[in-house]
Ligand binder design. Structure first.
Ligand code: NAP
Ligand code: F7E
Length: 344
């Protein structure tokens, strides 16, 4: 049975990747951070009692800031595949917490690579690189496009990209960078622009909110569907040779387009609800990211099926449905674990 370690398993991508690998018959190990509240809501549906002899999902406390712990875990788990998805992943927040972002999103990767090397583990390694590394370089962007990061987050990802390549060249590690363009889903964090919008649409439709405050509506992005992108990550580690790939849809939409499509899907006129607030602007913006994923298509047979307009509809529908269930989860979702059932 192949064994995988996922850092960032509690995040959007980590949860979909865990699902995919379990469905493929893997034993899956996930790194989770200690938190004073539960932080596993995206993977609770996958939880298995570790006392069950058929259990294939195991969670371990750890943090990318703790290199010694990473060595201990790599030695103990001895994985065939390591997916490094953990990061402080919010671009705007990286301007508020630049040092922390550098420590986790940047140095965290070399701590993990060193743990792989020092533990002597023979595994394949995936690094979650980002289109934010292209920053100010105009689209379309592919694997040969020069990097010009525009945030502490983008700069930290460039560092992680290069150390991943360096461990491939220096130590012969099967290490790849997936340079992924924005990918979203109903599990997207609530402060990224797509989810912020679709969640607000549902709440406005339900009469719970009226105004939605936003920043730069002119930014152009190429938004794809996260479950398809994690499948691309897996394909990268099954290839014959380690190399780096862009995953993107090639679509070209402004934030305003996404807002308009989402409100329209719920039968609302966005201009009646959306307001401007400068707090959502970034000191330096990335104006346009549009990817060219032809290498992944040619070498991995990877092609995205869900494009941005359909993605907006999927996310609005999911947020409308979640809101419908929010008030009475114990009736509509009888299989919820009992610690999630609100006290009446
Ligand atoms: P996400 O939802 O923000 O998840 C980030 C994960 O990292 C969470 O599980 C988080 O744990 C964990 N984490 C944060 N700091 C950590 C630390 N110091 N030690 C251990 N774990 C830590 O991000 P995502 O959207 O799934 O993205 C996955 C990866 O792909 C990230 O590296 C992101 O930067 C990169 N990426 C994302 C996109 C995109 O469009 N989604 C595009 C390109 C690249 P908690 O749950 O405890 O916070
Ligand atoms: O912003 C604009 C904002 O925060 C998208 C991360 O997954 O993808 C993501 O980074 C755009 C930007 O994502 C608001 O200025 C306008 O131009 O959803 P976002 P991001 O910065 O593109 C890359 C590939 C990653 O690697 C990252 O981890 O939307 N925008 N108004 C806004 N953005 C937010 N968050 N909130 C607003 O109110």
């Amino acid at each position: 049975m192949p064994r995988a370690l996922i850092t960032g398993i509690t995040g959007q991508d980590g949860s979909y990747l865990a699902e995919l690998l379990l469905a493929k018959g893997y034993e899956v190990h996930g790194l989770i951070r200690r938190s004073s509240t539960f932080n596993t809501s995206r993977i609770d549906h996958l939880y298995q009692d570790p006392h069950d002899p058929t259990a294939r999902l195991f969670l371990h406390y750890g943090d990318l800031s703790d290199g010694a712990r990473l060595i201990t875990l790599l030695t103990k788990i001895d994985p065939d595949e390591v997916y490094n998805l953990a990061a402080q992943s919010h671009v705007r927040v990286s301007f508020d917490e630049p040092e922390h972002t550098g420590d986790t999103t940047g140095i965290g990767s070399i701590r993990l690579l060193e743990a792989v090397r020092v533990a002597g583990v023979k595994c394949r390694y995936y690094q979650a690189s980002s289109s934010e590394m292209f920053g100010a370089t105009p689209p379309p962007q592919n694997e040969d496009t020069p990097f010009y990061p525009r945030s502490p987050y983008g700069a930290a990802k460039v560092y992680s990209y290069w150390v991943t390549r360096n461990y491939r060249e220096a130590y012969g590690l099967f290490a790849v960078n997936g340079i992924l363009f924005n990918h979203e889903s109903p599990r997207r964090g609530e402060t990224f622009v797509t989810r912020k919008v679709t969640r607000a649409v549902a709440r406005i439709k339900a009469g719970l909110e009226h105004d939605l405050y936003m920043g730069n509506l002119d930014a152009v992005r190429d938004w794809g569907y996260a479950p398809e992108y994690v499948e691309g990550m897996w394909r990268m580690l099954q290839a014959d040779e380690p190399t780096d790939y862009v995953l993107a849809t090639g679509g070209n939409f402004t934030v305003r387009d996404f807002v308009a499509a989402s409100f329209e899907h719920a039968g609302l006129d966005w201009e009646k609800y959306v307001r401007f607030d400068e707090r959502y602007l970034r000191p330096t913006e990335v104006d346009a990211l549009v990817g060219d994923a032809s290498k992944a298509e040619e070498k991995l047979g990877w092609t995205p099926r869900v494009h941005t307009p359909e993605l907006a509809r999927i996310m609005v529908d999911a947020d409308l449905e979640a809101l419908e269930h929010e008030g009475r989860p114990w009736i509509d979702r009888p299989n919820l674990p009992d610690w999630k059932i609100p006290v009446a």
